[in-house]
Design a protein around this ligand. Structure first.
Ligand SMILES: Cc1ncc(COP(=O)(O)O)c(C=O)c1O
Length: 498
């Protein structure tokens, strides 16, 4: 580099830098836009339901990377308009799809603050306050679900990563050879037990960790979509006779399709007797453990060796925020710790890079920590309870509606389907079921593209259902009360090909 260039860098001002006044003015403008957007969410379509080509055209997706820069204000304005006008709004009161929550506004502000400090929460030395805030958040999350506050834990990107983190802790803890060094092939075939309703994180975990998907023993469920204990016992016995090494049982605290809660205390006892690791996937439902009137089986969470929970689901944190909790904190370092020469991080406080899969880590805890304090535990329990009450209300209204058939209600998920009056009498017959499956799949597509409301699907005992999941503190009684007739009207139009 020429010495001229070096001279120019005295009192350097790089193209990405902003003056204090510029930042303030651009920031105020952006916050004003976001405030307006949030205030207008109810009046906007849940989704513009555009085809990919339309979105790409709005973006001008084929434009080359600009060689020269542009004013930050114009860029922010354009980005805000693109996103506000061409996004699915999961913060909409009538968004009931998947298990994605409306996010708390304080979480939005927290993301701004976290990025401003840009703490690298991989090591205490690099993020003293952020690390301690994460540690306090972990204790509070454990306390909220009734898990021992002395557990180990860390925030990760979401439910899949939280479950995978716990899975790897279990794998290291339950193998009597050095599985991290020698790999899974150095020992007997490891086996995992989980109900057929378990989320697909499990396939990814056994795949990534080298066990392979054949290591999963899928256990049948009962008619309430809960893991069948007798089937588990039978399968376990058969596997022992075959010389395999069962090491892990997974229970779900709220299955992804219907919100069913497995018999967690019984599973905990099963694992204790056989010295198996008991993991609970509580990504969706664990936070309901604290809410009134929820299944008593949720109390079994407290007995698990590890639990995955997702603040970006029922704590209404903006994406991404998942959390792995492990009863014995040492099990996390035993599964993840390496000490490279290029790190000089002391052991006097937690270094999160040492107890989880990530190295550099963002400050995910801040948005969770702030929201927990803004609402407080009691109000959180109430909000979760309200979501459940609204889902139950929908189930009851659908049960009474002459053109709807309500299937399930667990936690805050209700499943139902549209049944035309003419087919009411023949439900259950093969021909009618085929017709109803087709009709409800088409109806789902219409709902999704309506912009009025958004739900997803479930298959309940072979029947295609519309699935409404309320993890949404903006959904109100009137939204739910208007739904059954709206669905029936749309169902009739779908059937008539209108
Ligand atoms: C029960 C359950 N486990 C795990 C996951 C995966 O969570 P994420 O999408 O945050 O990775 C989900 C997602 O809905 C879920 O419902």
């Amino acid at each position: 580099m020429s010495s001229n260039r070096i001279d120019l860098l005295r009192g350097r001002s790089a193209p990405l830098e902003m003056t204090e006044d510029q930042f303030r003015s651009l920031g105020h403008d952006l916050v004003d836009r976001i405030a307006g957007f949030l205030a207008s969410v109810r009046e906007r379509p849940v989704t513009p339901a555009e085809a990919p080509d339309a979105v790409r055209t709005a973006l001008r997706a084929t434009q080359p990377l600009p060689e020269q820069g542009a004013p930050a204000g114009d860029l922010l304005q354009n980005a805000a308009e693109l996103l506000f006008d061409h996004s699915l709004l999961n913060g909409h009161p009538r968004f009931y799809g998947y298990i994605t929550s409306s996010c708390a506004p304080i979480g939005i502000l927290a993301e701004l603050l976290a990025a401003a400090v840009n703490a690298n929460v991989g090591a205490w030395k690099l993020s003293p306050m952020a690390t301690e805030i994460e540690a306090q958040t972990i204790r509070w999350l454990a306390e909220f679900i009734g898990y021992p506050a002395g557990c180990g834990g860390l925030l990760v990107s979401g439910g899949n990563m939280a479950n995978l983190t716990c899975f790897l802790a279990a794998r290291a803890a339950k193998t009597d050879w050095d599985v991290r060094k020698q790999g899974v092939a150095a020992g007997p075939a490891l086996l995992v037990y989980a109900s057929r309703e378990t989320h697909t994180w499990l396939q990814k975990a056994v795949d990534i960790s080298g066990l392979g998907t054949d290591s999963i023993r899928w256990i049948d469920t009962d008619r309430h979509q809960r893991l069948d204990l007798a089937a588990l016992e039978l399968q376990y016995k058969r596997d022992l006779e075959g010389g395999a090494r069962p090491f892990l049982v997974v229970g779900s605290a709220g299955t992804v399709s219907t919100g069913a809660v497995d018999p967690l205390p019984a599973l905990a006892a099963f694992c204790r007797e056989r010295q198996l690791w008991f993991h609970v996937d509580g990504a969706y439902g664990a936070f309901a453990a604290a809410a009134p009137g929820t299944p008593p089986d949720l109390a079994g969470l407290a007995q698990a060796d590890s639990v995955a929970v997702d603040p970006h689901k029922w704590l209404y944190a903006p994406l991404e925020a998942g959390c792995a909790l492990v009863r014995n904190p040492a099990a996390l370092s035993d599964a993840f710790s390496y000490h490279p020469a290029y790190y000089s991080f002391g052991g006097e406080a937690t270094n999160y890079y040492d107890i989880g899969p990530q190295n550099s880590r963002g400050f995910r805890a801040l948005k969770v920590w702030l929201a927990l304090q803004q609402a407080g535990a009691a109000q959180y329990r109430a909000m979760i309870g309200d979501d459940i009450a609204l889902a139950r209300h929908l189930f009851e209204l659908a049960s009474e509606h002459p053109e709807l058939e309500a299937f399930t209600h667990n936690l805050s998920i209700t499943t139902l389907r549209y049944v035309p009056r003419a087919l009411r009498e023949s439900t259950g017959s093969e021909q009618t079921e085929v017709e109803l499956n087709r009709l409800n799949q088409e109806l789902l597509a219409r709902i999704e593209s309506s912009g009025h409301a958004f739900c997803s699907n479930a298959v309940v005992e072979g029947r295609h259902a519309l699935r409404f999941c309320i993890v949404n503190f903006r959904t109100a009684t009137e939204d739910i009360e208007a739904l059954p007739q709206w669905i029936a009207d749309l169902g009739r139009q779908t059937q008539g090909g209108e």
